[in-house]
Design a protein around this ligand. Structure first.
Ligand SMILES: [Zn+2]
Length: 251
């Protein structure tokens, strides 16, 4: 963590309903109290599911929940995350670590300055409420293709807040530098309710299991032997891993 939090400090958590922000929030409660969960609805296809997940996560954290609508973002972006005529890209499990493939996928789901916007809104809330810290869920896997998920982004945001806020709001990410496997392992340690998480780019009844975000989550669950427990949350689970799920045979 980049900030100097102590037990008495409170923080604002940016929660999307996905794995990283959920585990990051729970992890941060080891050092402080979550004073507010902020969720952003920018017209993404998964907004309703992410909203529901984030609200439940806030409840588990014992924190007030606030959803902020940013409808203009959908108007200015061509991202497949919001445009109905744009298909959300699929990537093969074996290609997740192929930089060319993941950069192609990332470009299709990129929303202009999304994290930059979110973190600035959070800083306004933090300053107004007298809260010194913001917690976000970044990860090492996506930092490669999403620069707004990186340590560099955090340190520059803090440098910016030195000028844009009176007390220099701090930003930290307990999951920074971790890959998804490590984040799930951390979540297990913290007894994070994984069944509440929504990481899918789509807004179906279950997570699709085929978009890049789902695949990264599935791989992390699999590497932590959670196949049997959590494959029910997805429409699709790799056939070969169904066979290896503890105590469960492929049908
Ligand atoms: Zn998905």
């Amino acid at each position: 963590m980049t900030s100097t939090q102590n037990k008495s400090q409170t923080f604002i958590s940016l929660v999307s309903g996905g794995l990283d922000s959920c585990v990051a929030s729970f992890s941060a409660t080891q050092q402080g109290q979550c004073a507010l969960v902020l969720f952003f609805d920018y017209g993404q296809k998964a907004a309703k599911k992410e909203f529901q997940a984030s609200k439940k996560i806030a409840k588990k954290l014992g924190a007030p929940f606030k959803s902020i609508a940013l409808p203009f973002l959908a108007e200015v972006t061509q991202s497949a995350l919001v445009m109905n005529d744009q298909v959300i890209p699929q990537i093969k499990m074996g290609k997740l670590d192929d930089r060319t493939e993941s950069e192609k996928s990332a470009a299709q789901v990129w929303v202009p300055n999304r994290n930059g916007l979110f973190i600035n809104i959070a800083a306004s809330f933090a300053e107004a409420l007298g809260i010194q810290s913001i917690v976000v869920g970044f990860n090492a896997e996506e930092a490669i293709t999403f620069p707004d998920n990186s340590a560099n982004f955090l340190s520059r945001a803090e440098a910016f807040f030195q000028l844009s806020t009176l007390k220099g709001i701090q930003v930290s990410s307990p999951t920074l530098g971790m890959n998804k496997k490590q984040i799930v392992a951390k979540g297990l340690e913290l007894q994070v309710p994984f069944e509440l998480i929504w990481s899918c780019y789509h807004g179906g009844r279950k997570m699709c299991g085929q978009c890049e975000s789902c695949l990264r989550l599935i791989r992390a669950y699999h590497l932590n032997d959670l196949d049997k427990k959590l494959q029910k949350d997805f429409y699709y689970w790799p056939q070969e891993w169904k066979k290896t799920a503890p105590g469960k045979q492929a049908s």
